[in-house]
Design a protein around this ligand. Structure first.
Ligand code: ZN
Length: 151
């Protein structure tokens, strides 16, 4: 196949090269790129070519986030992965890794946050008052002591 010549206009900004897609939108490319298709156009082409297939990126794997970082991960079909690398020899020999459902974090309302913050401030104030009282007491004792020396 003959090497295609660059035909789309490009420009550079902050060291990043951008090339215009046929649809007119710019996409960041590397220095060697001679042609570019923005993700939108790629999706359009894929849809035209394979109208019954969904783009791969939209297929949920059913695997938890970061599964390929796990020392060992077995998917529901019995495929075994060690740090994301498939281990065909171990296929079907291990029970599938249970995917823990994400824990729902309790969302506090803005009001609750404000109340909590207010309480915290109050506590801090109380503490500060107690501390200064004690300091005052100590100061008085010190003064009494030093007065006693003078006498
Ligand atoms: Zn495009």
């Amino acid at each position: 196949m003959a090497k295609r010549k660059q035909k789309q206009p490009t420009y550079e900004e902050k060291g990043v090269r951008y090339m215009m897609c046929t649809c007119g939108s710019y996409v960041s490319v590397d220095e060697t790129a001679v042609d570019v298709k923005c993700s939108h156009c790629v999706t359009m082409i894929m849809m035209n070519k394979y109208p019954h297939e969904e783009p791969k990126s939209y297929k949920p794997t059913g695997r938890p986030a970061g599964w390929h970082f796990m020392k060992e991960f077995v998917d529901k079909d019995g495929n075994v992965f060690h740090k994301g690398k498939e281990q065909p020899k171990l296929f079907g020999t291990l029970p599938s890794t249970k995917v823990q459902p994400k824990k729902k974090t309790k969302r506090r309302t803005k009001e609750q946050i404000l109340i909590a913050r207010h309480k915290k401030k109050k506590m801090a104030l109380k503490k500060a008052k107690k501390l200064s009282k004690r300091k005052l007491k100590n100061k008085l004792i010190d003064e009494e002591k030093s007065n006693g020396v003078k006498r």
